[in-house]
Ligand binder design. Sequence first.
Ligand code: GDP
Length: 195
Amino acid sequence: LFAGPVDFVKGVVALDGLPPADRAEVCFAGRSNVGKSSLINALTGRKTLARTSNTPGRTQEINYFALGAAHYLVDLPGYGFAEAPRAVVARWQALLRDYLAGRATLRRAFVLIDHRHGIKAPDAEIMALLDRAAVTFHTVLTKADKVKAADRARILDGVRTALARHPAAYPELIVTSSETGEGLATLRAEIAALA
Ligand code: GDP
């Protein structure tokens, strides 16, 4: 699907560290512990490509991965850590805002939401940032294997209702599980189709 190697490229802490804007890129955003690293690993078939959360020093970096020769997957720092110092939060919000507004090759964002919990305040904040930057986004539900089939529709209805307030949101939801592989092919195809 992605012709060429899948690999970690670099961690970026400031906009002047971004790699050359010579490929279509997508970014993944989500609260800490949402399952973002697991999803990136499952998506790429590389068990340890993205380091799981809470790796000291990595948490505030924007991590670039090459998906073949034509795409970058950009792993944004996890947000929503209540204990993060105010100055750290402010710095990352500024970096994120500048990145979203200024990256000409950014084609789409994927906002990861824990299927069990739905959209919470920090997720809505990120979505509002994406609205303002006019970066269209898909909502990806993670850890679907942890949700009983009987509960899924109710939770997804709540997510759809919340998304209706966000002009940059695609209405389609991508339901995934890194455990079972559910939704991974759909997500891969969405990314690969972007040029
Ligand atoms: P990150 O902080 O968003 O990068 O989250 P991680 O990928 O580190 O995952 C956080 C926790 O959720 C870990 O204990 C994972 O094993 C678990 N996890 C991640 N994805 C899934 C999933 O699809 N299903 C289940 N059952 N657990 C998951």
